[in-house]
Design a protein around this ligand. Structure first.
Ligand code: NAD
Length: 433
């Protein structure tokens, strides 16, 4: 099939590459000229495990192309995927749909023959109706259907999740579009659940899922706070809870709060939709405010270790919003760093993948280190903010040797099983007194 992907970011690029690997002719379109120039030159613009090899192979075999021209990509396409950003409006926190609507207006005049326009971006319920109206107004004679194809991939696992998704949700109100998408997802038939639903249900499934996961994280974080006060251990509690199959063991890891480019914006957008439709979503509202507060509480927890010592140095391990990605959007780590800077803290930071992206935000407000141990040189406390595997394997003897005070605040419980107290560290993790 001929497929165009509009928006070549964390969703569009792995999706386009995966579809090319499945044998389709894919053109990825982006407005960002620098991005497209890099991709055309064979340079990946994001870090995703396993993407490099697929990307290079499909460029070589001519199935994966990049352009800034919507016309070039969309003409003759069977399916056009829209994967542009839907960031939160800074004031109302609703999903800002300007990029979606712009993409719809740009693609409309370029349609040739029957085309399925599929929204991969996370969009509020009813957006498909508006996309349809925009295209119809711009090109009244176009033959097309608009469907919702919510994306569930996890950053850091995008390639894995493309080829082995838990489910594929197709929100199509037309038989013709359903047939085209059945063909596109043919390679997944019999291997994964493919759910055909109405378009508005598909749009809702994405938000309802993300909000549920965000609430699960907030729940276990509150439970961790409780355990600290009540003398229980959240590890044991989470394990005991997770063995109940109705609850499940995933997303029961306490930490500094949820972040990233999806959960904060999607919970806010869902809460806005609830208010708009007069169906209050109070659990989601509570998770949002509690999660916001948690970053400040975590910063205080770290700062308490150094008290009023103005000369104290804090080593920060981890800046990405989670492991496996260079993405720092809405990263709890960066928000905690921001809180600590507000209090005048002196920070030396390290992340295995996200240094460049963090530097764009933090500028010269912090010192940058080249490794975990380098960050900890002369530090009075190490704060672990992202769950990179390498942090769990750190050489504790070498670490202790370079620190001024051997103290660790482990907001990801990475070192808990190694019992750093036995190696002479002051050690605080999450969810255990
Ligand atoms: P992103 O910011 O990484 O990429 C979006 C890209 O779209 C940018 O490169 C931008 O230049 C491009 N763009 C914007 N308008 C354009 C236009 N008119 N024509 C061509 N290109 C245009 O965003 P992302 O993280 O890939 O997210 C995209 C959507 O997918 C969002 O709605 C997001 O909520 C959703 N989503 C993201 C994830 C994730 O893990 N990042 C997972 C599931 C769903």
């Amino acid at each position: 099939m001929k497929i165009a992907v509009i928006g070549t970011g964390y969703v569009g690029l792995p999706t386009g590459t995966g579809l090319a690997e499945l044998g389709n002719q894919v053109v990825c379109i982006d407005k960002d000229e620098e991005k497209i120039a890099a991709l055309q030159a064979g340079k990946l613009t994001i870090f995703e495990d396993g993407l490099e090899e697929l990307f290079q192979r499909n460029i070589r075999n001519g199935r994966l192309k990049f352009t800034t021209s919507t016309k070039e990509g969309v003409a003759g396409a069977d399916v056009v995927l829209i994967a542009v950003g839907t960031p939160p409006d800074p004031v109302s926190k609703e999903a800002d749909l300007r990029y979606i609507y712009a993409a719809a207006a740009e693609l409309a005049p370029e349609l040739t023959g029957y085309t399925v326009i599929a929204t991969k971006s996370t969009v509020p319920v009813g957006t498909g109706d508006e996309v349809e109206n925009i295209i119809r107004r711009q090109n009244p004679l176009a033959e097309f259907d608009v469907v919702s194809l919510p994306e569930f991939l996890r950053e850091g696992f995008a390639v894995h999740d493309f080829f082995a998704p838990d489910r594929i949700v197709i929100g199509a109100d037309s038989e013709k579009a359903t047939a085209v998408l059945r063909e596109m997802y043919g390679p997944f038939a019999g291997k994964t659940q493919i759910l055909f639903v109405r378009r508005r249900s598909a749009e809702t499934i994405k938000y309802a899922s993300n909000a549920f996961l965000a609430m699960k994280i907030h729940y276990i974080n509150e439970m961790a706070d409780f355990c600290e006060k009540a003398g229980a251990d959240i590890f044991e509690v989470a394990k005991g809870m997770g063995l109940d199959q109705r609850i499940g063991s995933r997303f029961l890891n306490p930490g500094p709060g949820y972040g990233g480019s999806c959960f904060p914006k999607d919970t806010n957008a869902m809460a806005c939709m609830g208010r708009k439709y007069g169906a209050p979503l109070t659990l989601i509202e509570t998770a949002i405010s509690g999660n916001d507060l948690r970053k400040a509480q975590m910063a205080e927890r770290i700062l308490r270790q150094v008290g009023d010592n103005e000369k104290a140095k804090i080593a920060v391990w981890g800046l990405a919003f989670k492991n496996g990605t260079d993405d720092v959007r809405e990263s709890p780590a960066l928000q905690i760093v921001g809180q600590m800077l507000k209090h005048g803290a002196r920070l030396r930071v390290y992340d295995p993948k996200a240094m460049d992206n963090a530097r764009k935000i933090l500028g010269d407000a912090v010192e940058y280190a080249s490794s975990e141990i380098d960050a900890a040189q002369g530090a009075d406390v190490v704060a672990i903010l992202t769950e990179w595997e390498s942090f769990a394997d750190v050489d504790l003897t070498a670490l202790k040797a370079v620190m001024r005070q051997p103290r660790i605040v482990d907001l990801r419980n990475m070192l808990k099983s190694r019992d750093p107290e036995r190696s002479g560290f002051g050690y605080q993790c999450i969810g255990k007194a």
